[in-house]
Design a binder for this molecule. Structure first.
Ligand code: RUB
Length: 306
């Protein structure tokens, strides 16, 4: 998990560029980076033109929202920080600052709570399979390890960006025994697996989980082998809009992340980077509010309104 010190000194535009290029990535980190960027954008605004400041804030929010379309965590972070009324520029600046640091604190605390709740559900001797690189899922795995449980992890490579490399380095540095596999080895390896732990970019009101491309295949294989799938996700990853019929946009990234298009003239290359896992393949969603079944997503969304 990235702390605020890692964004220190970066302008809102630089943060947006780093989110877009995936230097800052993972739904929790991009949400905190977004909250930090909004505070930066108002902090340095000269003068006391309230409407000008509001316009500056809105254009910063728009720039951030356009970076990565799938993770609702970023949109919810922006909404949290901007949920404010103010009479003058000073008041607006102070409120944005307060909301921004409050969001970051809540997000970090949620990470600690999820690590504990998720970690407690891991048994001594468990083999956990994880996909991509989720700070929330890894937090739970590290918590279980720190509690003295003799666990091991199988981590997918997660093509095309290979976030699995980050996962295996992180777990190995923490002392957790970890095996790297290619994504297509998931079904073959599933017979060794006791539990699947993954993160989420967005959770829909019907309990579907949108996470790194391939998560639905992992969940399908786990379902076939009766291996429980747990999703570790903070409540700001639940999408209120989906309760009113909106669909989650699946980000399509550049073809060159998969292969050099010039080597394949006449061939279309498609690079969707997230997919939706239906709720029937998910056993539990571990949030900072507690462990719920996917059927509890709607209640979380209703309680998000403040
Ligand atoms: C990252 C990804 C992660 C979720 C959850 O995708 O799919 O599983 O964002 O991560 P990308 P976290 O690398 O494309 O951003 O638990 O850290 O929020």
């Amino acid at each position: 998990m990235m702390g605020l010190e890692e964004f220190e000194g970066l302008s809102p535009r630089e943060i947006a560029e780093k989110i877009e290029s995936m230097e800052i990535r993972g739904a929790a980190d991009i949400a905190r980076a977004g909250a930090y960027a909004l505070n930066r954008s108002v902090k340095e605004y000269p003068g006391d033109d309230l409407e000008g400041l509001k316009a500056e804030l809105e254009s910063c929010a728009e720039m951030l929202r356009s970076t990565r379309p799938t993770a609702v965590s970023l949109k919810n972070a922006i909404e949290y920080v901007m949920h404010t009324g103010a009479e003058d520029t000073q008041e607006l600046k102070e409120k944005i600052k307060k909301n921004s640091s409050e969001f970051v604190e809540k997000s970090l605390q949620a990470g600690d709570d999820i690590a504990e709740y998720g970690g407690k559900r891991i048994n001594d001797g468990d083999v956990i399979l994880t996909h991509c690189n989720s700070s929330m899922a890894l937090g739970a795995i590290k918590y279980a390890w720190d509690e003295g449980k003799e666990i091991s992890v199988i981590a997918t490579e997660s093509r095309p960006k290979k976030q699995g490399y980050i996962t295996v380095r992180e777990l190995s540095d923490h002392g957790v025994p970890v095996t790297l596999i290619v994504d297509s080895a998931v079904r073959y390896k599933m017979e060794e697996v006791d539990k699947v732990y993954v993160g989420a970019d967005t959770i829909a009101s019907n309990g579907a989980v949108i996470n790194k491309i391939g998560t639905s295949q992992v969940a399908l294989c786990a379902h076939e082998s009766r291996v429980p799938v747990s999703v570790c996700a903070e409540t700001y990853k639940f999408s209120r809009e989906t309760a009113f019929g909106d669909l989650v946009e699946i980000e399509e990234r550049d073809a060159s992340e998969i292969a050099d298009p010039e080597e394949f003239p006449g061939v279309q290359i498609s690079n969707p980077v997230f997919d939706a896992t239906p709720s029937e393949y998910i056993d539990s969603i571990i949030t900072e509010e507690g462990v719920i079944s996917p059927g509890g997503a709607y209640r979380i969304i209703k309680e998000m309104e403040r």
